[in-house]
Design a protein around this ligand. Structure first.
Ligand SMILES: [Zn+2]
Length: 274
């Protein structure tokens, strides 16, 4: 005798994905991606055409990414705008902010409005640059985002002295108009992943990269902050979207929660056409 798990039930969202691969009334937005080769790893696909082919396979409507060569090399954000223009259906970008290059930050942000709709927000990677998110080097970019109410995808990590829980809470309270996307949901610090949402002015969302591989973790976040505060993301090409989507679908949360995470929250934030 076989038993049917809750996520295999006929009519469920998970069952629709298992059966059809793509579910047209449940688009997916991947709000945390990258592009380009990286010296630490071999990627099966990391160039724009290959990435976009994979987005289509997975049913991902938009990937919002920052380019590895902007974050870690000498590429300028302007080049990334060109990549998005070449794939207007699927690619959007975060303007990579490197606190070690203050002139570049000012030059790039002066052009931010011109780069819409390709540019959706900014990307901070404080842990890697070893510059705390509260440091003066980032104040210009934070003020800029705060004045305009634009998103910042932050790399965050539990215990980090650059973008760990207490610092992220401080900065999210100080800049209430910035839409803070907490990349990796302050991984492994569930106290602060809850507090950055509940002790701020509705300007914080948790982003799921790395979480779906941990059994029970999505359920915990939904219980702590509600699915309206969680965004889907994968770090593509570091993680595969099939894995991430499967993790969300397999979680013991409602279909409404899954839809919130996969697309509804993003559409509430940015609209349906962006
Ligand atoms: Zn990332």
């Amino acid at each position: 005798m076989t038993t049917t798990s809750f996520w295999e039930e006929k009519g469920s969202l998970a069952n629709a994905f298992w059966t059809n691969g793509i579910v047209p009334d449940c688009p997916v937005y991947d709000m945390h991606g990258h592009m380009g080769a990286h010296n630490a790893i071999y990627f099966k696909r990391c160039e724009p055409a290959d990435v976009v082919a994979h987005l289509k396979r997975c049913g991902v409507k938009h990937l919002v990414f920052s380019h590895h060569h902007v974050l870690f090399g000498n590429m300028r954000n302007e080049k990334v705008v060109d990549i998005c223009r070449a794939f207007p259906e699927h690619l959007r970008m975060y303007v990579g902010i490197n606190p070690h290059y203050p002139d570049r930050i000012r030059e790039d942000l002066a052009r931010f409005e011109q780069w819409r709709p390709w540019a959706v927000g900014l990307k901070f990677l404080c842990d890697y640059y070893q510059v705390p998110v509260t440091a003066p080097e980032l104040a210009y970019a934070l003020d800029f985002a705060n004045e305009r109410g634009i998103p910042i995808l932050n790399h965050t990590w539990g215990g980090s002295k650059y973008d760990g829980g207490p610092l992220m809470l401080e900065v999210a309270q100080k800049y209430p108009n910035v839409k803070f996307f907490m990349g990796h949901s302050i991984y492994r610090d569930t106290e602060y992943s809850r507090r950055v949402v509940t002790e701020t002015a509705g300007n914080v969302w948790l982003e799921l990269t790395a979480i779906p591989g941990d059994y029970g973790y999505i359920e915990r976040l939904v219980k702590d902050v509600g699915s309206e505060r969680i965004l889907f993301g994968t770090d593509m090409p570091w993680f595969d979207e099939f894995q991430g989507i499967g993790g969300v679908l397999s979680a013991e949360i409602t279909d409404d929660d899954k839809r919130n995470i996969l697309y509804r929250n993003v559409e509430r934030l940015l609209g349906k056409e962006w």
